[in-house]
Write a protein that binds this ligand. Structure first.
Ligand code: S3P
Length: 172
């Protein structure tokens, strides 16, 4: 199966965008890109450093600028974007214009279990990460759903199962 337009993976931190993107890339023989990684490469520093030195707004500007670039491309890729990308209305429009948007929907408890020892997500380095995950997810859920062409509930699925569900939905 050759991708005719970008396949964009959105979802909260820990929803599996990176793992699904990598495995899908192998299955479809199509390169995958991760906007967090592209921003880190361009900035020559980690997301945590960018948040600490420049603040979240600076990072959000970088995300929007990158989506504008992706929109102008003439080739298709699998692209996973940061969990906060769809929060900006402008980004939701850009995501839709960039390709088919797949939302990996996850419950807060699953995110917490997966990320409780993670130190690379600045937004979750706080006293009560589970509560922060619940609050952020609640605040973002409409934004994710608004720009999604396909929604997959991932809590009970491994990566292969998610990809099979996705392949099925894409073929419909
Ligand atoms: C963020 C998610 C992260 C990264 C940054 C902010 C968010 O990406 O962009 O830490 O606001 O949810 P992942 O979803 O890939 O962890």
């Amino acid at each position: 199966m050759k991708l005719l337009k970008n396949l964009i993976l959105i979802g909260f931190m820990g929803s599996g965008k990176t793992s699904v993107g990598l495995k899908l890339s192998y299955r479809l023989q199509t390169p995958v890109e991760d906007t967090d990684k592209l921003i880190e490469q361009r900035e020559g520093r980690t997301i945590s450093e960018i948040f600490a030195r420049e603040g979240e707004e600076y990072f959000r500007e970088a995300e929007t600028a990158l989506l504008k670039e992706i929109k102008e491309r003439t080739y298709a890729r699998i692209i996973s974007v940061g969990g906060g990308t769809p929060v900006r209305p402008q980004n939701r429009e850009l995501l839709k214009q960039c390709g088919t948007v797949v939302y990996l929907r996850v419950r807060p408890e699953t995110v917490y279990e997966r990320l409780k020892n993670d130190t690379t997500r600045p937004l979750l380095q706080c006293e009560d990460p589970l509560n922060k995950i619940k609050t952020l997810l609640e605040a973002r859920k409409d934004a994710y759903e608004e720009c999604a062409d396909i929604v997959i509930d991932v809590d009970e699925c491994n990566t292969d199962q998610i990809i099979n569900i996705l392949a099925d939905r894409l073929n419909r």
